[in-house]
Write a protein that binds this ligand. Structure first.
Ligand code: PAF
Length: 299
C-alpha cells in the first residue's frame, strides 16, 4: 500500500490511528461488510466531500449478528486485500477490519438495539432479526469510532432509514447521510451479492431495476398504475427464476401510502426484493406519485 492508509484490526489500533490525526477535523465513518465495489467507493467520496481534510474511516466487518441461520454468512465474500487497495485509491485514512471476537468479545451481546415497527416490515418481515443485528453493530461502530458523520447507501433504503432514526431517537449525535445507488450500465444496482449470479441470472436480475423504472414512469397516474407497470415487467420472468418477495410503495420515511390520488406530485419510494436463483436482491427508487388523473392502462 503506497497511500497514508492505516489498517486497524483492533480497537486499540483504531484509537491510536484516530488519535494520531485528531486535530484534522471531523470524522466520517463508512460502515461496510467488505467485498467493496464502486458503490462503496461512492460512499467514501460522499464522506470525503463532507469532512474535507478530516478523517474518513471505513469499517470492514461481516457481522454475524445480522445473518439468520441458513443465510450466506459463511460464503459472504471476504476480499480484504482488494478492499484495502480500493480504500487506498479513494484516499481513505483508516480501515477498521476487526475480528468477530474484537467486536463481540463476550460473545453475542446481551443488550441489542430494537428496530421497532419501522424495522418489522419489508426486509424486517422477510429476515427476522436482521435489523436488530444491523443496528446493534452500527451502534457499536458509532461507539468505537465516534464519528460526527456516517454514510450509508440508498440501495439499502430501509437500513438507511433505520440508522437515521436510531441516531435521532437515541440521540447518538451522528449525522447519517444517504448516498445514491450506483448502477451497472444496464440498471442493475451494484451489490456485493451480484457476484453470486451466473450469467443467465445476472441478465434476469435486471428485471428489478426495469420494473422500478416502469413504476416511476407511471407514478404520476397513481399508485395502482405504478404497481401495475412494475408487475407487468416483473411478470416477464418466471417465478422459478425470479421469485418476488415484495414490491411496496411507501412514503420517503417508509410509512404506508394512502390510496387517495394526490393532486400534486408527491414524493414516495418503491422498494422491491426478489430471489434470483439462490441470491436475494433488493432495489428501490424514488417516485413522484400523482398529479395526473388516475389511470392503470399503459398508453
Ligand atoms: O450494509 C452493510 O454492509 C451492513 O448492513 C452494515 C451497515 C455494514 C452493518 O453490518
Amino acid at each position: 500500500m503506497t497511500s497514508g492508509l492505516l489498517l486497524a484490526p483492533t480497537r486499540e489500533e483504531l484509537h491510536r490511528a484516530l488519535d494520531a490525526r485528531k486535530e484534522h477535523g471531523l470524522v466520517a465513518l463508512v460502515p461496510t461488510m467488505g467485498a467493496l465495489h464502486e458503490g462503496h467507493a461512492s460512499l467514501m467520496r460522499v464522506a470525503r466531500e463532507r469532512v474535507g481534510r478530516g478523517q474518513v474511516v471505513v469499517s470492514v466487518f461481516v457481522n454475524p449478528l445480522q445473518f439468520a441461520p441458513g443465510e450466506d454468512l459463511d460464503r459472504y465474500p471476504r476480499t480484504l486485500d482488494a478492499d484495502l487497495d480500493l480504500c487506498a485509491r479513494e484516499g481513505v485514512d483508516v480501515v477498521f477490519a476487526p475480528s468477530v471476537d474484537e467486536v463481540y468479545p463476550g460473545g453475542e451481546p446481551q443488550v441489542t438495539v430494537d428496530p421497532g415497527p419501522l424495522g418489522a416490515q419489508l426486509e424486517g418481515a422477510s429476515r427476522p432479526g436482521h435489523f436488530a443485528g444491523v443496528l446493534t453493530v452500527v451502534a457499536k461502530l458509532f461507539g468505537l469510532v465516534r464519528p460526527e458523520v456516517a454514510v450509508f447507501g440508498q440501495k439499502d433504503y430501509q437500513q438507511l432509514a433505520l440508522v437515521q432514526r436510531m441516531s435521532r431517537d437515541l440521540c447518538l449525535g451522528v449525522e447519517v447521510l444517504g448516498a445514491e445507488t450506483v448502477r451497472e450500465a444496464d440498471g442493475l444496482a451494484l451489490s456485493s451479492r451480484n457476484r453470486y449470479l451466473d450469467p443467465d441470472q445476472r441478465r434476469r436480475a435486471t428485471v428489478l431495476s426495469r420494473a422500478l423504472a416502469a413504476a416511476a414512469e407511471r407514478a404520476p397516474y397513481g399508485l395502482p398504475a405504478a404497481r401495475w407497470a412494475a408487475m407487468r415487467v416483473l411478470d416477464e420472468e418466471p417465478e422459478s427464476e425470479v421469485a418476488l418477495d415484495y414490491l411496496a410503495v411507501r412514503t420517503p420515511d417508509l410509512q404506508v401510502v394512502s390510496d387517495e390520488q394526490p393532486a400534486e406530485p408527491t414524493p414516495a419510494r418503491i422498494l422491491v426484493a426478489a430471489t434470483v436463483g439462490t441470491t436475494r436482491l433488493i432495489d428501490n427508487l424514488p417516485l413522484l406519485l400523482g398529479g395526473r388523473p388516475p389511470a392503470i392502462a399503459a398508453d
